[in-house]
Design a protein around this ligand. Structure first.
Ligand code: FAD
Length: 394
């Protein structure tokens, strides 16, 4: 059954960013509607490793990460949600190549932006990770109060919180047409024929954003990649072998425990920490596939993909070699040309705001990106968003 509805602000997409936007709007008593194609966290958010840290080369990303993590940590107090943030600590290791830049970044975040991390000598890293081999590592970074989040619970709790505060939620409905009149957004039509009139739309539709905006004549500089995770079976031992989140710049991989029985491992070649390794980019090119239509990709992984991923880490952590391999999974990264998010107003459509191109590192930023975008829709644009404008691509 279709309806004619109206609201002050319409949010599209209930991934972590859209959920964060809806939660903020609800908390401000704004008359808002949240529309989701499937269910909350049904896109990349639900498949995220959701490692949450402050370490970023770009100050604005560190600050958005700090705010995003704070919202996630505060969920129990804000809305009586179960705890979703696991403060295992995040341990980064770096070799000689990037160490000077890393030192400067640690000083910036620690001494200028409010702390939350510190640098470690190789000896200090060895104390934290006695079962790891640390050849070639010249420095560590330890973020003691950070870790990982259950991404599915986090997005669903934010949506629940938004609904409790009066936001109307329409699930299993897809925004089909964005109606722009006289250069301003006027409303959105959904897949079931429902028409929603509004002068402000927050589009947080991840890899689907480019196709949704295309009929407006806007070619957003985004593309989609398939990325996969290996899953190791470590019954009762996962948190002994790997008690923290681990990010290794020298071998371009990261890992974290998933409770007591499982370890997740992923790889990267670039991405939003700002580090891009040409060597690993070549290596990854073989394993990274473009996705032409959002949602149309193979979500399973092959044994070869799992083994390739795990082999990034076994030289560092030989304990992994004896563990069994569980089926892995793959999902989408919505990529921008510089691996940084794109957060802006759609040209020629005043009132239509979007956040996309999170490039595989947008979970921790999501609640803060959603909040900032919602504030912008209400008339207050944060300076933190300035580096992520479309204009940087010319
Ligand atoms: C394997 C993997 C590992 C990752 N690891 C990390 C990590 O460790 N740390 C980190 O910070 N980030 C990580 N990321 C990235 C992070 O998950 C994403 O950047 C983040 O989840 C993006 O959130 P989003 O809300 O912007 O978009 P999405 O999660 O893509 O959500 C978009 C939502 O919009 C809905 N939608 C789409 N089109 C429409 C429409 N037309 N109408 C209505 N609804 C629509 C979709 O169904 C979806 O629910 C990882 C990603 C993957 C895939």
């Amino acid at each position: 059954m279709s309806d004619n509805l109206s609201c002050d602000v319409l949010v599209l997409g209930a991934g972590i960013a859209g959920a964060g936007a809806a939660f903020y709007l609800g908390s401000q008593g704004v008359d808002a509607i949240l529309v989701e194609r499937d269910h909350p966290a049904s896109g990349p958010t639900g498949a995220s490793s959701a490692i949450c840290h402050l370490w970023y080369l770009e100050p604005e990303l560190s600050q958005l990460a700090r705010r995003g993590c704070q919202i996630l940590k505060d969920l129990p107090d804000l809305i009586g949600a179960p705890r979703v943030f696991h403060e295992t600590g995040v341990l980064w290791v770096v070799g000689a190549n990037n160490v000077e830049e890393w030192k400067r970044t640690v000083v910036r975040i620690r001494d200028v932006e409010g702390g939350g991390l510190d640098s470690l000598t190789p000896e200090e890293v060895a104390k934290l990770a006695p079962n790891f081999r640390l050849d070639g590592i010249v420095m560590g970074v330890w973020e003691e109060r950070y870790g990982y989040v259950d991404p599915y619970d986090a997005a669903n709790e934010l949506v629940r919180g938004a609904r409790d505060k009066g936001v109307r939620y329409l699930g299993n409905r897809t925004a089909k047409t964005l109606n722009v009149e006289g250069g301003k957004i006027a409303g959105v039509e959904l897949s079931d024929g429902t028409k929603i009139s509004t002068g402000r739309v927050v589009m947080a539709t991840g890899p689907w954003t480019k196709a949704l905006a295309a009929p407006l004549g806007v070619a957003l500089p985004l593309h989609i990649e398939r990325h996969f995770m290996a899953v190791l079976d470590a019954p009762g031992r996962a948190e002994d072998i790997l008690p923290f989140c681990w990010v290794d710049d020298t071998r371009s991989h990261y890992a974290r425990p998933e409770g007591e029985n499982t370890i997740l491992i992923g790889t990267w070649s670039g991405g939003g920490t700002g580090i891009r390794s040409e060597e690993s980019t070549e290596d990854h090119a073989v394993h990274t596939h473009r996705v032409e239509v959002a949602g149309e990709f193979d979500a399973t992984t092959s044994t070869e993909e799992a083994v390739w991923t795990i082999e990034h880490m076994t030289p560092r952590c030989p304990d992994l070699a004896g563990l069994g391999i569980r089926p892995g999974y793959a999902c989408m990264y919505d990529m921008s040309p510089d691996d940084l998010p794109v957060i802006d107003q759609v040209p020629g459509a005043e009132g239509l705001f979007f956040a996309a191109g999170s490039s595989g590192h947008g979970f921790k930023l999501g609640p803060a990106v959603g909040e900032s975008l919602a504030k912008w829709a209400l008339g207050e644009r944060s300076d933190l968003l300035a580096p992520f404008s479309l204009a940087r691509f010319g």
